[in-house]
Design a protein around this ligand. Structure first.
Ligand code: ATP
Ligand code: MG
Length: 407
């Protein structure tokens, strides 16, 4: 018995009063995009819930698996729809009961949204319970912990019947809350930070600081792959790759070795700020976490943050590493993040960085050289790639072409 609809319940967005239309539209766009390559689906976004109609060709499990990853969705249920005719409802229940396992228990839960329906909730519950008991042999009722909870919703446009509820990703629909720039390093933390922010409805573009030849193409490929994984949930993401070698060398020339880390972060932020303005975003996101490493003490954050008044969002600031790793595994970035390619900071990390950098000192070191032009040049020379879930790097494309040629 094939399901004909997927019922999609909204998360928090039902609370958002006058913004609701904007939220529903953003969510609808995201759902349509995620189902684009699948056959047999059509999305109807309504004020209080969404229905995806499913034709015979639709792969219901695949639709469920994609839709439950979209932010803004509380839960989904594959449903059967029928008319308000009592006989039709009964027939559907009879058919449904054929899927119960031998010895199963069940319960009927009626929600009567259309108050003009002739039977009241209790009467309909009793009728349908009776039908199922008659149509089966060893099935009994259990209202407390049933194996099959048959939910029947009587609505104006028809009656929806379902037994299963799959949990969604929660949060708010991406695109409903503005744009940020995510500092994406290739480590474990920053992709998780990006996902946490997107969960709140905010769109991201990513920025990565690349220092060839000190960092390899592999490190860049890794960041591209992380961006690709993030894009699986939210659609295409722009990745801005900043040529950072010149700045990094200059920092190492003029800044005291114990302060190069602080200064590197400050320059990154200055470049990020320029790119942020260009893309029309309003905040920078990073994966910083209090107390993890030298650059992440409060005093260090203060010294680094001081180059900008742009809000910096640090969604992981208070989490334990264990929890961050757990989240990285859940979103599928962990295995890529632990690949051993150096990012620019690992290579230039001094042996003994200052953990409590003195703000005045870092300013004094940097004042020896006017970094403005170099910062601007780095921002002007970014390479921007738009990455979607099917993105292939040039290298992969070359390999594919070679394979095509050979076979
Ligand atoms: P991550 O696991 O995200 O690399 P981390 O714990 O290793 O974080 P750091 O290396 O100190 O911490 O970096 C702190 C934050 O600075 C990162 O989470 C990231 O947002 C940003 N960052 C560091 N290096 C880069 C880089 N090369 N390009 C872009 N952002 C970076
Ligand atoms: Mg790192």
């Amino acid at each position: 018995m094939k399901f004909d609809h997927l019922l999609v319940r909204y998360g928090e967005l039902t609370l958002k009063g006058s913004n609701r239309k904007k939220f529903v539209n953003a969510l609808k766009d995201n759902v349509i995009r995620s189902l684009q390559s699948l056959e047999g689906t059509h999305v109807h976004g309504k004020r209080d819930r969404m229905y995806i109609s499913l034709t015979e060709e639709a792969d219901v499990q695949e639709v469920i698996s994609r839709v439950t990853k979209i932010f803004g969705i509380k839960s989904v249920s594959p449903v059967h729809k029928t008319t308000q005719e009592l006989e039709d409802i009964k027939n559907l229940c009879r058919e449904l009961a054929q899927n119960f396992n031998s010895g199963d228990t069940f319960k009927i839960d009626v929600k009567r949204v259309d108050k003009s329906f002739p039977l009241d909730t209790y009467e309909l519950q009793r009728e349908l319970g009776g039908v199922i008991l008659q149509a089966t042999e060893d099935i009994t009722v259990d209202v407390k912990q049933p194996d099959n909870n048959v939910r029947v919703e009587v609505r104006m446009d028809g009656v929806y019947i379902y037994t299963e509820v799959y949990e969604g990703a929660g949060g708010l629909p991406v695109g409903s809350g503005g744009k940020t720039l995510l500092m994406l390093s290739g480590g474990i933390d920053s992709p998780v930070a990006g996902m946490e922010i997107m969960k709140r409805g905010v769109r991201i573009e990513a920025i990565h600081f690349h220092s060839p030849p000190f960092t390899s193409e592999k490190a860049k490929e890794k960041v591209i792959e992380l961006t690709r994984i993030l894009s699986e949930r939210v659609g295409p993401i722009k990745l801005h790759i900043v040529p950072f070698t010149e700045l990094q060398k200059q920092i190492n020339k003029v800044v005291h070795p114990r302060y190069t880390m602080t200064s590197t972060r400050r320059m990154m932020l200055r470049v990020a700020d320029i790119v942020l303005e260009r893309i029309g975003g309003h905040a920078i996101v990073n994966g910083e976490n209090l107390g993890q490493v030298a650059s992440q003490t409060l005093k260090s954050m203060y010294a680094i943050n001081n180059v900008t008044s742009t809000p910096i969002l640090r969604p992981l600031v208070s989490l334990d590493k264990e929890d961050i790793v757990k989240k990285a595994r859940e979103i599928g970035t962990f295995d890529v993040s632990i690949e051993p390619y150096e990012d620019c900071c690992t290579i230039f990390t001094p042996k003994n960085p200052v953990t409590e950098p003195d703000f005045d000192k870092v300013v004094k070191y940097e004042s020896v050289y006017n970094f403005d032009e170099m910062v601007q040049r780095a921002a002007d020379n970014v390479e921007t790639i738009t990455i979607n879930k099917d993105y292939k790097s040039e290298k992969d494309k070359d390999t594919d072409a070679l394979i095509d040629e050979l076979f």
